[in-house]
Ligand binder design. Structure first.
Ligand code: 4AD
Ligand code: MG
Length: 435
C-alpha cells in the first residue's frame, strides 16, 4: 500500500491511496476531493475527461468522511500544505457516509467535540497532537534502553497508596479494598534491587477533585528508578531525557508543529541550554520579592499553579524546584534539615516554561528501614500492607532515586494546546468518562 507520507519520492508516478474524504468541492467541471489516509492529507483533482463516466457519477455521491480509494498522478504543488497534489485517474467509493457528519466547518465548543471524540479524532488538531504524543512516548522508550534501563511493568491493582491517599480509586473485588495505581514507583523500587535501573510506563489514576486544564483522572506516567543514584544524578538523567524528547519532536514533527502553529523558539533553546535549579526556599523568595504573583506567597507551602506559571515565564527554561518542605511531600522521600531548621525532602519537581507547569516529580528515597517504617506509622498508613515494600530496605538497602513524568502534561507543554484533554485519545476527567 502507498501512503501520503511517501509521496515525496513518487512525483510523476501513478499511485493508489486508500482513505477518507474529509471535504470536497466542485467548481464548474472540476472536482476537488480533500483526501486523508491517516498518514497525511492531500488534494485530489478530478476532471470528467480523465475518469470513466460511472466513477465520475459515484464521485458526486461523496459526503464528508466517506471512505474512498483514489488513483492518480502525483504532482509537486508548492502552494499546498502537503507540497503535493494528485491528478485523479480513478475513483472508488468504499462506503458512502450519510449527509449528517456531526463535525462540520462551523465552530464547535469543546464539550461538543469531546462528546464526539471518536469522530473528532479524525480532525487535524488531534491528528497533530496525538502524533507528537507518539513521538514523546517513543523517545522515552528509546532513551531508557540506550541508558541501560529495562522496562519493568508494575501492577495497576495495588493494596496501598503511593501518593496522596485522598485521590485513590477503590476496587471492590478481593473482599477488602484495593486501589488503582497512582504510580508504579514503590514496585519499581523493588525492581531496582533485581535489575539496577528500571522504568515502567502505563496508565495511573488520580481521583482528582480539581477541574482544571492540567488534571486528568486517568493519565500515563513513566516512573524511572535507579539504584546507587543520588538526587543530583537523578536530575541529570531527567534533564537529558527532556532534552531528548524535545529534540526528537523538533526533528521529526515539523509538520505537526506547523499545524498547531507552535512557536518553537523556547523549545529550541531547551535542547542546548542548561535547566535552572532553585531551592524551594529561593523560589518562594523570588516569587515574593519580585511580586510575581497576585496571590500572597506561602513560604512553606506547595507551589501553586500561579507560582509555577510565573517561574516558567521568568526563566523561559525548565526549572527544577528542589527541597520542598517534607511535610507537604510523600512519605518515601529522604529528608534533611536546612539551615533555617526546616525539615525538607531531597526532591525536585521540574516545571516546564510556557505554562507547562510541573511535568516531573522525583526524589531521592529514604533508604533507612527504621526511618521509613516510622514515617509510615506517623502517617497512619496500614503498616502490614507495606511490609513487602520495607523489604527493599531490610535486605540490602541502597541509596536510590527516581522520578515520574506525566505524559499528557509533557505533551500539553510541547504542543502548546490549552487543555490537557487534547493530549490523550479518550480523556477521563472529573466531569468526563465517555465516550
Ligand atoms: O508528582 P507525582 O504525583 O509523582 C509520583 O507519582 C511519583 N511517585 C513519581 C516517581 O517518583 N516515580 O506525579 C508525577 C507526574 C507529575 O509531575 C505530573 O506530570 C503527572 O505525573 N501528574 C498528572 N498529570 C495529569 N493529571 C494529573 N492528575 C496528574 N497527577 C500527576
Ligand atoms: Mg508532583
Amino acid at each position: 500500500m502507498t501512503y501520503i507520507s511517501q509521496l515525496a519520492s513518487m512525483v510523476g508516478q501513478e499511485v493508489e491511496l486508500k482513505g477518507w474524504a474529509y471535504n470536497f468541492r466542485s467548481s464548474g467541471k472540476i472536482y476537488f476531493l480533500q483526501f486523508r489516509d491517516g498518514s497525511g492529507r492531500v488534494q485530489v483533482v478530478y476532471s470528467p475527461q480523465d475518469i470513466d463516466a460511472a466513477q465520475w457519477e459515484s464521485l458526486q455521491g461523496v459526503r464528508i468522511e466517506s471512505s474512498v480509494i483514489v488513483k492518480g498522478i502525483v504532482k509537486a504543488e508548492p502552494r499546498s500544505p502537503s507540497g503535493f497534489e494528485i491528478s485523479g485517474t480513478s475513483f472508488t467509493m468504499v462506503h458512502a457516509a450519510p449527509e449528517d457528519y456531526p463535525i462540520g466547518k462551523k465552530e464547535h465548543g469543546p464539550e461538543f467535540l469531546f462528546e464526539n471524540r471518536d469522530l473528532y479524532l479524525r480532525s487535524q488538531t488531534p491528528w497533530a497532537v496525538l502524533r507528537i504524543r507518539d513521538s514523546v512516548f517513543f523517545s522515552i522508550e528509546k532513551f531508557f534502553h540506550e541508558e541501560g534501563f529495562i522496562r519493568f511493568d508494575t501492577p495497576i491493582i495495588q493494596p496501598t497508596s503511593c501518593e496522596d491517599t485522598t485521590q485513590l480509586f477503590q476496587v471492590d473485588y478481593y473482599g477488602e479494598p484495593k486501589y488503582l495505581s497512582q504510580s508504579g514507583q514503590l514496585y519499581s523500587e523493588a525492581g531496582i534491587m533485581a535489575f539496577g535501573k528500571v522504568y515502567d510506563f502505563g496508565p495511573v489514576f488520580r481521583a482528582e477533585k480539581s477541574k482544571t486544564r492540567h488534571h486528568l483522572s486517568e493519565l500515563w506516567m513513566m516512573d524511572a528508578e535507579m539504584a546507587y543514584f543520588d538526587q543530583a544524578m537523578n536530575m541529570e538523567v531527567q534533564e537529558r531525557m527532556v532534552k531528548r524528547i524535545v529534540k526528537d519532536v523538533l526533528d521529526n514533527c515539523k509538520q505537526e508543529l506547523a499545524i498547531l502553529e507552535r512557536d518553537t523558539t523556547i523549545l529550541e533553546r531547551i535542547v542546548s541550554e542548561p535547566f535552572v535549579h532553585l531551592k524551594h526556599s529561593e523560589a518562594k523568595k523570588i516569587l515574593h520579592d519580585e511580586k510575581l504573583t497576585v496571590e500572597p506567597v506561602d513560604l512553606l507551602g506547595d507551589m501553586s499553579t500561579e507560582e509555577e506559571i510565573a517561574l516558567g515565564n521568568k526563566y523561559q527554561l525548565p526549572v527544577f524546584i528542589e527541597d520542598y518542605p517534607a511535610e507537604i511531600k510523600s512519605f518515601y522521600m529522604k529528608r534533611h534539615t536546612d539551615d533555617a531548621g526546616v525539615l525538607r525532602a531531597r526532591c525536585a519537581d521540574l516545571i516546564a516554561p510556557e505554562e507547562g507547569r510541573e511535568i516531573i516529580g522525583g526524589s531521592q528515597r529514604e533508604e533507612s528501614y527504621e526511618a521509613l517504617k516510622q514515617e509510615i506509622i506517623d502517617r497512619d498508613y496500614p503498616l502490614a500492607e507495606y511490609e513487602w515494600y520495607l523489604n527493599t530496605r531490610k535486605y540490602g538497602s541502597v541509596p536510590h532515586s527516581g522520578f515520574g513524568i506525566g505524559l499528557e502534561r509533557t505533551v500539553r507543554w510541547i504542543t502548546g494546546v490549552h487543555h490537557i484533554r487534547e493530549t490523550i485519545a479518550f480523556p477521563r476527567m472529573l466531569n468526563r468518562s465517555t465516550p
